[in-house]
Structures are given as structure tokens and as C-alpha cells.
Design a protein around this ligand. Structure first.
Ligand SMILES: [Zn+2]
Length: 113
């Protein structure tokens, strides 16, 4: 399960950027073509966050739809698999332009008391 090491990296980045303040919320964007399973990340997050500033933080995951562009005709289409064929002209394989990302979009820190 590669999500464990991915989630560990995410938690490490979040913990570093929080500068030791408690993190209350983290929002991730995960592309549908990234081969990262959001549920697995959710499962791993609490385990990885234990003992870090991100412990107990709410995790939001936004799934980003895959998109591709045809190098032959420029047509853009939704991709559900990484190597989709262009339906408009039938020649090219679509180049992935979105859906492979894993981004930490937002993090919220506890307000200073
Ligand atoms: Zn095409």
C-alpha cells in the first residue's frame, strides 16, 4: 500500500509548514489518474499524524477528474484511464493534462489563544 508512504510525506510537509502550531484542517487534491486511493489516504492519515502537529486534524480530500489533450487535433476530453485514445480524430493518444496530481491545497492552524 503506497498510500502509507505518500501520506507520511504529506504529514511531514504539513508538520514542517505549521512551525509547531496545531493543525486543525488539511485539504488535499488527489487526481483520479494518480493511482492514489483517497480512502486509503484517509485511513493512513490518522496513523501518520499521531504525535505530530497534524494529530486530530480534519482531512478533506477533493478528487480531481482526469483530463487529456490530443496532440494531433487539440481536442480535450475526460480521461478515466491514463492512456485514452482521442475520440474526435481517432489518431492520437491523449496526453494527460490533469488528474495525476497530489496537492496540499490548504491547511488551517489553530488560532493563537
Ligand atoms: Zn484527436
Amino acid at each position: 500500500m503506497h498510500e502509507l508512504s505518500i501520506t507520511r510525506s504529506v504529514v511531514a510537509i504539513v508538520a514542517e509548514r505549521s512551525l509547531g502550531q496545531r493543525v486543525t484542517r488539511v485539504r488535499l487534491e488527489i487526481g483520479c489518474l494518480s493511482a492514489i486511493v483517497p480512502d486509503a489516504v484517509r485511513f493512513c492519515f490518522d496513523i501518520c499524524a499521531a504525535g505530530t502537529p497534524a494529530e486530530g486534524a480534519a482531512l478533506e480530500i477533493v478528487e480531481i477528474q482526469g483530463r487529456g489533450r490530443c496532440p494531433a487535433c487539440g481536442e480535450e476530453a475526460v480521461l478515466t484511464v491514463p492512456a485514452g485514445r482521442c475520440l474526435a480524430c481517432g489518431t492520437g493518444h491523449l496526453t494527460v493534462i490533469a488528474g495525476q496530481e497530489l496537492l496540499i491545497k490548504e491547511m488551517e492552524l489553530e488560532a493563537c489563544a
